[in-house]
Design a binder for this molecule. Structure first.
Ligand SMILES: Nc1nc2c(c(=O)[nH]1)N[C@H]1C(S)=C(S)[C@@H](COP(=O)(O)OP(=O)(O)OC[C@H]3O[C@@H](n4cnc5c(=O)[nH]c(N)nc54)[C@H](O)[C@@H]3O)O[C@H]1N2
Ligand SMILES: Nc1nc2c(c(=O)[nH]1)N[C@H]1C(S)=C(S)[C@@H](COP(=O)(O)OP(=O)(O)OC[C@H]3O[C@@H](n4cnc5c(=O)[nH]c(N)nc54)[C@H](O)[C@@H]3O)O[C@H]1N2
Ligand SMILES: [Mo]
Length: 569
């Protein structure tokens, strides 16, 4: 994020784009509500009526999969109505003319039938964004989980550039990132193309620095993204590059990756699968080796928040006898494989990392403890360097110090609806359960609030057409698989589009989703594929199937289910 989460409250306008904070990040959503109470305007862009839509000045309920057409049109209005910050564009940016060539074509009238939003609403939203200061953009998975995702992120940044909404308090563009430490995983180089601190593995000077520090020769070849693994196991273009072993660490690809039939086939084909996790999960059912590790309450370290904020956290309880901390397991495996890794504590690891990463160098444990948190870049150990709340003050990080405009044409999602599969499937989150659901599914209280097979949101018009009642079990099918789910009859979703959350094991929507990837980020198109609904005549059979299948699954994962019915009541 270019801004700090704490700045949300000071925004004059929030463009809430493909982001559902009320379910995904209730603490961030509190800030959005406080901004609203202080008078901020809110524009919500989401195909569903989410909570933010209910407090918004304008809700653009676009058709799913049309983000770039809409953002290009918003830019078009800002340009044609002369609402830009011309001084900012002139002094701080390049490539504006090339950008205008593309967005010129996206008039509100042309885009309206694509997005199913009226030209007036597009104009109203563009005017409100361009004329309210300071304006910030918050976006989420409704942008990222498409075959065309990075282009939308760049064009949202264009909107901020053309209105001068960078380098000032409470402006900019914010991917409100997912898990508590997904930002930290990226910061620490858990990416196929970067060392820690976003230092490219193809940069010779960087590589030499890490070779010297670690005392081994290092490769300059970019690694494989997670989402390419199934293909490289099942259908490698070059047989000598087939993957045989898969070490899975804090991830459940057999539940959370798209097209899980294919993922499971790949896991079966691997010669060796290792799972390092705090619970048994679906991928663990294919594992040859399971390495149990400690959870967040049982170890200590540093998390990075989505706004680049490093936060120290501490151990609260002792882990069970013999269970090791993740970094100790990694160190021991590495040592056993011939590269000795000896650390006494997390501070030694953190300090080594700081020495090698200039933009993190100043974030000492001492400073994190004293201040409660530091947002990078923080370059000096001096206590007076408190880090950076918002980025791009004065200049951008390109070599010429300027922000670069970028524009391209919209392209539709890969799998469109047809007579065989007439409904759009959109997937995402609900507040009560978490991703692979190992953690929240093992919590009896949360399970008693919401349990298998989960819900599929269907518009009342579609319910009427299919003869469905709220609470019915239905079978959903796509070209890749099927699952059962329970009908939630609701006008939160539009006719022709259904919505499911992805944490259920019986109601597993990733049996249906399409592994079409964005060419740059390699993130799958989780938010768009085509499905059909089959009604189930024998509801008693279906109810019984859910109960017995769930019980069988949990038993096969080693969970003690005896006496459970009594406990739930
Ligand atoms: N309770 C809970 N909280 C979580 C998680 C969880 O599993 N449970 N997961 C965490 C993780 S890993 C992440 S990444 C974050 C994600 O947090 P969010 O980004 O809020 O996640 P989603 O609900 O997947 O998607 C957001 C919205 O995108 C909308 N959307 C779908 N298609 C389109 C489209 O074409 N255009 C637009 N503009 N919007 C669209 C969806 O309707 C949805 O409301 O949440 C985190 N927080
Ligand atoms: N259809 C659909 N699918 C999606 C999405 C969607 O919107 N729609 N969203 C996608 C997104 S954004 C994400 S991020 C993924 C998330 O998917 P995953 O990353 O697969 O799911 P999580 O539940 O976050 O965590 C995975 C595992 O980490 C384990 N774990 C927790 N803490 C620790 C620890 O300290 N150490 C170790 N070793 N393990 C630990 C948990 O027990 C769990 O088994 O799902 C993706 N899948
Ligand atoms: Mo995520």
């Amino acid at each position: 994020m270019t801004m700090g989460v704490q700045e949300i409250e000071d925004a004059g306008l929030i463009l809430n784009f493909g982001y559902n904070g009320a379910d995904s990040h209730p603490i961030v959503q509190r800030r959005i509500i406080r901004a609203r109470q202080k008078g901020a305007k809110i524009i919500c862009v989401d195909p569903r009526v989410i909570e933010s839509a209910r407090i918004a000045d304008i809700h653009l309920q676009l058709k799913g999969g049309t983000n770039l057409a809409l953002v290009n049109a918003l830019c078009n209005v800002i340009y044609t109505e002369g609402l830009m910050d011309e001084k900012f564009i002139r002094e701080k940016t390049t490539d504006f003319d090339e950008f205008v060539e593309v967005i010129k074509k996206y008039t509100p009238e042309d885009v309206s039938p694509i997005c199913r939003i009226s030209p007036e609403d597009i104009r109203k939203a563009a005017r409100l964004y361009a004329t309210t200061k300071p304006a910030m953009i918050l976006y989420g998975m409704g942008v990222c989980q498409f075959g065309q995702a990075v282009d939308v992120v760049k064009t949202l940044a264009d909107m901020a550039l053309m209105t001068g909404n960078f380098g000032k308090p409470a402006t900019g563009i914010g991917p409100v990132r997912g898990q508590n430490n997904v930002q930290g995983a990226c910061d620490m180089g858990a990416l196929p193309n970067n060392y820690p601190g976003y230092q490219s593995i193809t940069d010779d000077a960087v590589r030499e620095k890490f070779e010297k520090a670690w005392g081994v020769p290092l490769s300059n070849k970019v690694g494989l993204p997670l989402t390419h693994v199934p293909r490289r196991v099942l259908r490698p273009e070059d047989p000598s590059k087939q993957i045989h072993a898969y070490y899975i660490f804090g991830e459940d690809p057999a539940q959370t990756d798209p097209d899980i039939n294919e993922v499971r086939e790949a896991l079966e084909k691997c010669d060796l699968v290792i799972l390092q996790d705090i619970f048994m999960n679906r991928a663990g059912q294919y594992a040859d080796v399971v390495l149990p590790s400690t959870s967040w309450g049982e170890h200590e370290g540093v998390y990075s928040c989505c706004d680049r904020g490093f936060q120290r956290f501490h151990k609260m309880i002792e882990p069970p006898e013999g269970v090791k901390v993740d970094w100790q397991i990694i160190s021991e495996i590495s040592t056993a494989m011939g590269y000795p890794m000896h650390y006494n504590n997390t501070q030694e690891i953190w300090d080594e990392m700081r020495r090698l990463c200039p933009s993190f160098a100043g974030a000492t444990y001492e400073k994190l403890e004293a201040t409660g948190g530091v947002q990078w870049p923080c370059r000096s150990e001096d206590m007076s360097d408190k880090g950076t709340v918002y980025l791009h003050k004065g200049k951008f990080s390109n070599p010429d110090g300027k922000g670069r405009f970028y524009a391209t044409d919209w392209r539709p999602p890969q799998e469109l609806t047809d007579t065989e599969y007439p409904l759009i499937l959109n997937t995402g989150r609900e507040v009560g359960h978490y991703s692979a659901r190992t953690m929240t599914g093992n919590c009896r209280l949360l399970r008693s609030l919401e349990d298998e097979p989960g819900w599929v949101q269907i518009n009342p018009e579609d319910c009427l057409e299919y003869g469905l009642e709220h609470g019915d079990l239905v079978r959903l099918e796509s070209r890749r698989g099927w699952c059962l789910s329970r009908v939630s009859c609701t006008d939160r979703t539009s006719p022709g589009a259904v919505f499911m959350t992805y944490q259920w094991w019986i109601g597993a929507c990733n049996m249906l989703t399409n592994p079409n990837l964005d060419p740059v980020s390699n993130t799958p198109e989780y938010k768009y594929c085509s499905v059909r609904i089959e009604c189930i005549e024998d509801q008693a059979w279906a109810e019984n199937y859910v109960v017995t299948e769930y019980r069988r699954l949990r038993e096969s994962m080693g969970i003690d289910v005896s006496g459970e019915e009594a406990a739930v009541q």
